[in-house]
Design a protein around this ligand. Sequence first.
Ligand SMILES: NC(=O)c1ccc[n+]([C@@H]2O[C@H](COP(=O)([O-])OP(=O)(O)OC[C@H]3O[C@@H](n4cnc5c(N)ncnc54)[C@H](OP(=O)(O)O)[C@@H]3O)[C@@H](O)[C@H]2O)c1
Length: 169
Amino acid sequence: MKVVIIVAVDRNYGIGKNNDLMWHLPDDMKFFKQKTLGHVVVMGRKNWDSIPPRFRPFSERENVILTRNSDFSADGAIVYNSMEDCLNAYEQESGRIIYIIGGGEIYRQALETGKVDEMLITRIDAEYDADTFFPEFDHSMWEEEVLDTHEKDEKHAHAFTFYKYSRKK
Ligand SMILES: NC(=O)c1ccc[n+]([C@@H]2O[C@H](COP(=O)([O-])OP(=O)(O)OC[C@H]3O[C@@H](n4cnc5c(N)ncnc54)[C@H](OP(=O)(O)O)[C@@H]3O)[C@@H](O)[C@H]2O)c1
């Protein structure tokens, strides 16, 4: 099993406000799609709720929702009632990557399991008034690599940089 977090953050590691994203960055969306297509995407119930119905379930991906509500169901998605059950179910998975796609609670709990191998973090060069944050993590445990940079342009209000963090062995 390979577990990868994928997230976009502002300068303060803010990720959302009022259960929504705070920016519109088409080329970051493209990056998300290109990375996750054909794989498994694991998200919190609030994140699922925040996705416009026309975009969900994410096409050509196995959609997994975490909720503590045992009555919850959603068309086109698999539901687990705990992070542990979810990751155990994919323990033997070798073909597909398990992408943890947020939000804040889910990122935090995924990191706490110690099972995250890699993090793909888009860092946006701006500060927003977020109410939800990516958890702090010990940078000394992760190898940082810059994958690409993207300038501000007519479709992107801010510049951003794609980082890859690999857990040190
Ligand atoms: N910038 C980014 O890349 C990015 C990515 C994703 C999301 N976001 C943003 O993040 C925000 C949402 O994050 P959030 O922290 O509020 O919520 P969240 O992590 O998306 O979802 C939290 C919900 O997940 C369920 N849950 C959490 N831990 C669980 C566990 N161990 N077992 C079973 N279910 C569990 C619970 O659902 P129930 O209440 O149903 O029990 C909980 O209320 C939004 O603003 C969204 O736009 C940003």
